[in-house]
Design a protein around this ligand. Structure first.
Ligand SMILES: O=P(O)(O)OC[C@@H](O)[C@@H](O)c1c[nH]c2ccccc12
Length: 263
């Protein structure tokens, strides 16, 4: 069993429990459900955008605790002030130490920036939940979803006025997963089945395989300004970065100095 299999098995149990407690009907009346969403696509297409999607991530299955000392409010407001194009907030508790409260707090503190709900989405229910939590963008991971599920879930995302980030790790996943509901394609440099990679080779290899009309971003294992420049040259507009910032005592300051080196 891979780490991803374990995460998905756990997630199915979690979603079933949540569904039994709060109905979709109730979710549509909760929190930020009625709020108009902020577009990631628009943000990334702005020529002045830094393209950095800055992630709030306390821990991960491969690294353990990354940062237990900072608050979601201070980090996310700092990310926005430093020039992030979008925020990514982990809501998976068991493997990544995130929570619903984290994304609610990030939204409350940052009303106008797009926010990605970073979780393992396997059910329509979680998309309604994400909207109530104030998310604008939903991650769909090709490694654990069939093409039919990606299409069905992508349609729900669109119907709720949000955007879909499709995550792929190789050409097989890319070829079977693209559909009309994908707004942004992300290449995860890390293989979620073993969490092994430490480089951006997957993004470099897939750069010219992704259709040119797609907005593409590179995810994970990015720490150097030179890497961002190299990825920009092959067409990447967005860079999803967590650990590089979160492992430092002041994540937003680290983002600020990275931005200074890529402009
Ligand atoms: O911390 P990093 O290496 O900068 O990676 C951030 C982000 O890409 C990573 O957290 C991630 C990408 N896809 C995911 C899917 C689920 C959980 C986490 C992820």
């Amino acid at each position: 069993m891979t780490i991803l299999d374990k995460i998905i098995e756990n997630k199915a149990r979690e979603v079933a429990e949540r569904k039994a407690l709060v109905s979709i009907e109730e979710l549509t009346k909760k929190g930020y459900f009625a709020k108009t969403t902020n577009s990631l696509k628009t943000s990334l297409l702005n020529p002045a955008s830094t393209g950095i999607i800055a992630e709030f991530k306390r821990k991960s299955p491969s690294k353990g605790i990354i940062n237990a000392h900072v608050t979601v409010e201070e980090v996310t407001t700092g990310y926005v002030q430093a020039g992030a194009a979008c925020l990514s907030v982990l809501t998976d508790m068991d493997f990544f130490g995130g929570s619903d409260e984290d994304i609610l707090a990030a939204r409350k503190a940052n009303p106008t920036i797009p926010i990605l709900r970073k979780d393992f989405i396997i059910d329509e229910y979680q998309i309604f939940e994400a909207k109530a939590l104030g998310a604008d963008v939903i991650l769909l991971i090709a490694a654990n979803l069939t093409p039919t599920r990606i299409y069905e879930l992508g349609k729900v995302v669109k119907d709720l006025g949000m955007e879909t980030l499709l995550e792929v790790h190789d050409q097989e996943e890319l070829d079977r997963s693209l559909c009309e509901y994908i707004d942004v394609v992300g290449v995860n440099n890390r293989n979620l089945k073993n969490f092994a990679e430490q480089n951006v080779n997957a993004s470099l290899e897939l750069a010219d395989k992704i259709p040119s009309h797609c907005i593409k971003i590179s995810e994970s294992c990015i720490s150097q300004p030179e890497t961002i420049k190299q990825l920009r040259e092959v067409g990447y507009r967005g860079f999803l970065i967590g650990e590089t910032f979160m492992k430092t005592p002041a994540p937003a300051e680290t983002l600020k100095s990275l931005i200074a080196q890529i402009q």
